[in-house]
Design a protein around this ligand. Structure first.
Ligand code: PLP
Length: 415
């Protein structure tokens, strides 16, 4: 296991990290697995699997309720994940981290607890054309209930947000702006610090969907200057059903609970309930304790490699893969932003995305085909679906070569 933090200058050897991921040794349809579906969910290192296993073997108990040893151990392990998340995004306090089941729960929490009580008819929530449904639908639901509406900042054909158009849409009616840090379809890295400076000038809070950024980029919410930052654990090499919302403490203080139940109260009587302070106010019921123990281990693992190194290696791999795919005849890429994470969406003339993905699976290649929970973006490009290869630091140039060779083979079958 690679627990010693690597220095920035040390050459990045993906093979060294692959050894930590048991699933990557699998064969699929008799071929060595090429896992290029990391934007969908990432594989888990042995240290995460061990942490979850160890928790259930040695410390399983409920959090916060028991004073016995196991209860204290479980609470400490669960709360350690909050500390690690606070460090991971550079929050100024651990109390700014709400543990959620993922980004979807985080955006819904902000929609119902922050936006809903503030919205009135004619108000707006500003999003962009490239958002995932998890950063569209929650806002639509609260807009429908209040008479507010969505305002949408456009993008270029290359898949870059038109920043001037985003800024032009900031006005007193906008009560919240919600933008993805990295597009799950295009890979575009949005200029969040610049957007946050603009929203701040107008007194509009900015929510950032960090689902696709957290596994690939160093995240510093204080430097970004945003107000809410949502992330999901399973794309970050941690267990499913884990995630977090970071929010400025004063915003959390101003928000009523979203769910009610145990764990989120100071006192309850039939006449009146006094809620716990943030972040516990937003964490009703028994959480995914083992999941968060695993997420803590995943954060340790990622930090031990170093996010600057991951980012630099993935950029090189992205350039290599992009150049290799350019040589495939009839291939159309979606997303050519200057600042990109390692996501490549594409189509091949005359072949349906699902047919290609099915044939690639026969070659041992896992890629996603479909609308990627981004219907408005698909509509923008006038296509129903794309194929998406999304890379992680454990992927290699050799896998890219085999992937391109597999595409060339299956393309002939569909011709
Ligand atoms: N936002 C983006 C950009 C995503 O890619 C995803 C997942 O694909 C989500 C939000 C939703 O994440 P989750 O389903 O883990 O809540």
């Amino acid at each position: 296991m690679n627990v010693i933090k690597q220095t920035a200058t040390e050459a990045f050897d993906p093979l060294r990290y692959r050894e930590d991921f048991p699933l990557l040794t699998r064969r699929v349809h008799g071929k060595p697995l090429i896992y290029f579906d990391n934007a969908n969910t990432a594989q888990k290192p042995q240290s995460v699997i061990d942490a979850v296993d160890r928790f259930y073997r040695e410390s399983n108990a409920n959090v916060s309720r028991a004073v016995h040893t196991l209860g204290e151990e479980a609470t400490a392990a669960y709360e350690a994940a909050r500390d690690k998340l606070a460090g991971f995004v550079n929050a100024s306090s651990r109390d700014e981290i709400v543990l959620t089941s993922g980004t979807t729960q985080a955006t819904n929490l902000v929609a119902y607890s922050y936006a809903l009580p503030r919205l009135k008819p004619g108000d707006e929530i500003l999003v962009t054309t490239m958002e995932h449904h998890a950063n569209i639908v929650p806002w639509q639901l609260v807009c429908e209930r209040t008479g507010a509406k969505l305002s949408v900042a456009p993008i270029t054909q290359r898949g870059e947000l038109i920043v001037d158009e985003f800024i032009a849409r900031l006005n007193p009616r906008v009560k919240l702006a919600a933008v993805t840090h990295v597009s799950n379809v295009l890979g575009t890295i949005n200029p969040i610090a610049e957007l946050a400076r603009a929203t701040r000038k107008h007194g509009i809070p900015l929510l950032v969907d960090g689902s696709q950024a957290a596994p690939h980029l160093p995240i510093d919410v204080q430097a970004l200057g945003c107000d809410f930052y949502a992330l999901t654990g399973h794309k970050l090499f941690g267990p499913t059903g884990t995630g977090a919302l970071w929010a400025r403490h004063e915003l959390l203080e101003s928000m009523p609970p979203f769910f009610g139940g145990g764990e989120m109260i100071k006192s309850v009587s039939f006449e009146k309930t006094v809620f716990a302070d943030p972040p516990h106010r937003f964490e009703a019921g028994t959480p995914n304790i083992a999941g968060f123990v695993g997420l803590g281990a995943a954060l340790d693992y990622v930090q031990s490699i170093g996010r600057d190194r991951i980012c630099a290696y993935e950029r090189e791999l992205l350039d290599y893969a992009t150049a290799a795919l350019e040589l495939v005849p009839g291939l159309r890429r979606f997303g050519e932003a200057a600042h990109k994470a390692a996501v490549i969406s594409f189509l091949i003339d005359g072949a349906h995305a699902h047919d290609l993905a099915t044939l690639l699976d026969q070659e041992g290649v896992a890629v996603r085909s479909g609308h990627h929970c981004a219907h408005p973006l698909m509509r923008f490009y006038g296509v129903p679906a794309t194929l998406r290869a999304s890379l992680a630091f454990y992927n290699t140039r050799d896998e890219v070569d085999r992937f391109v060779a597999a595409i060339t083979r299956v393309r002939k079958l569909l011709a």
